[in-house]
Design a protein around this ligand. Structure first.
Ligand code: PXP
Length: 260
């Protein structure tokens, strides 16, 4: 299973000081040496971390394929069609959100989604769609000629945190209305949903990635799903790199994934 490392948060740290370090470009060689197979970045409309200059420099100099997450905003689509990353992953974007909260609803703004996909395909850029594990969304992704889907693992990750950490006793109220038995069942159901969705997507000819909220504690269950060929992981790897260094943090994640 391949690992795409999402390096946005290196730029988040830079933007906290609004100067020129740490530079996300410096991460590329380290990611490659550590065994990552892809660089993932998100060009957000508000440019809160990665900016246009980063995207250009990373695409021009990365020896690994670059996967750019983006919304269907016409200006962003235009910019990326010129810069030509290996792949784009279309995600929903809400300016107020801390991070991408849910999958793209392919039945909402469907004309705009189709136009964006068609533009990327005309420019020979592979297209992945970040969606929830739902059969109707997967079927629609196929109809829209996407090459790949990325299944949103955010609910799985939050359930796993609610069960296995103290987060729901703090300001982060995660599923506090459920007891442990109910949470365990919900977690089991969510894994099964991601599993069944992956089998269905593979059967209809889509390639499958997964990501969001994956970390060293919860990645194994998702990595066991054979139909999933790639995981995109950011926050947890960059968080661990503060203590361990980026290369060690990536290698540790690669080791876990390859245990599956
Ligand atoms: N995949 C997609 C489509 C995302 O939007 C994100 C967050 O930018 C990730 C993966 C990585 O999520 P995390 O930072 O929680 O690992």
């Amino acid at each position: 299973m391949k690992l795409g490392v999402n390096i946005d948060h290196i730029a988040t740290l830079r933007e906290a000081r609004q100067i020129n370090e740490p530079d996300p470009l410096q991460a590329i060689g380290i990611c490659k040496n550590a065994g990552a197979e892809q660089i993932t970045i998100h060009l957000r409309e508000d440019r809160r971390h990665i900016d246009d200059f980063d995207v250009r420099r990373i695409i021009e100099s990365s020896f690994l394929p670059v996967n750019v997450e983006c919304s269907i905003n016409e200006q962003i689509v235009e910019i990326l069609c010129k810069l030509k990353p290996h792949r784009v992953t279309i995600v929903p974007e809400n300016r107020e959100e801390v991070t991408t909260e849910g999958g793209l609803d392919l039945f909402k703004n469907s004309d705009r989604i189709k136009n964006a996909i068609d533009k990327f395909l005309e420019n020979d850029i592979l297209v992945s769609l970040f969606i929830d594990a739902e059969i109707s969304q997967i079927e629609e992704a196929k109809k829209l000629n996407a090459d790949m889907i990325e299944l949103h693992t955010g609910k799985y990750a939050n359930l796993s945190l609610a069960l296995n950490s103290n987060l729901n006793h703090t300001k982060h109220k995660l599923y506090t209305e459920f007891n442990r038995k109910e949470l365990s069942k919900m977690l089991e159901d969510e894994i099964k949903l991601i599993q069944d969705s992956s089998i269905f997507a593979k059967d209809i000819g889509l390639r499958i990635a997964a990501g969001h909220g994956l970390n060293y504690q919860n990645v194994l269950e998702i990595a066991k799903i054979k139909e999933i060929e790639e995981l995109n992981i950011g926050h947890s790897i960059i968080a661990n790199s503060i203590f361990l260094g980026l290369e060690r943090a990536i290698k540790d994640m690669k080791d876990l994934i390859s245990q599956s």
